[in-house]
Each structure stands twice: as C-alpha cells, then as structure tokens.
Design a protein around this ligand. Structure first.
Ligand SMILES: [Zn+2]
Ligand SMILES: [Zn+2]
Length: 97
C-alpha cells in the first residue's frame, strides 16, 4: 500500500505532499520517478513552456487570429488559412518558373 510522502520541491524549496493516491496513479502510468516539483511549480512550468500568443487580425481576410509575436502595423499578419494559401501560391509560383 502507498503512504503519503512529503517531498521538497526542486524549484521553490517548499514541501509538498505526494499523496498515496498520486503514487498509485503514477504507478499505474508506469512512472517510477517521484515528482520533483510541487503542483504550483509544475503548473507554472507548464504555463511557461507554452508560447505566448497575441491576438491579431489577419491582414488579408480580416479574420481574428493569434500570432506568436507582438503584432505591429508594418508586419503582415496572416491567419492559418491565409498563411496556408500563401504557402501554396508560393509553391505554385516556384513550380511555374
Ligand atoms: Zn515549488
Ligand atoms: Zn486570413
């Protein structure tokens, strides 16, 4: 049977409980390592690894989209569809050369 374990977070140094339920869950998933970080730090890291996306408007079709850079007026913003279309057009232009 599993027992609650108190672990120390590698990131913030705080103690956190690795509960019996979690240990069972880990074991079921085949994970042998104990978590190195407290739930807050784990959450924070997950968040950090996600790229910040900015709301933008597609310069071509006017659709709302998200871009991984801060949208500026002199930079062309393309939504996913227009971007795919542009790529296709570029490929076709190259093929016809
Ligand atoms: Zn922590
Ligand atoms: Zn568009």
């Amino acid at each position: 049977m599993y027992e609650d374990q108190t672990l120390v977070c590698e990131d913030c140094g705080k103690e956190f409980v690795f509960s019996a339920g979690e240990q069972e869950f880990y074991a079921q998933k085949g994970l042998v390592n104990t978590p190195k970080r407290c739930p807050e730090c784990r959450k924070a890291r997950k968040h950090k690894s996600r790229r910040k996306m900015y709301d933008a408007i597609c310069s071509k079709c006017g659709a709302a989209t998200k871009v991984p850079f801060k949208p500026t007026e002199d930079r062309e913003i393309l939504c996913k569809e227009c971007f795919a279309q542009k790529k296709q057009e570029e490929a076709q232009a190259q093929a016809s050369e």
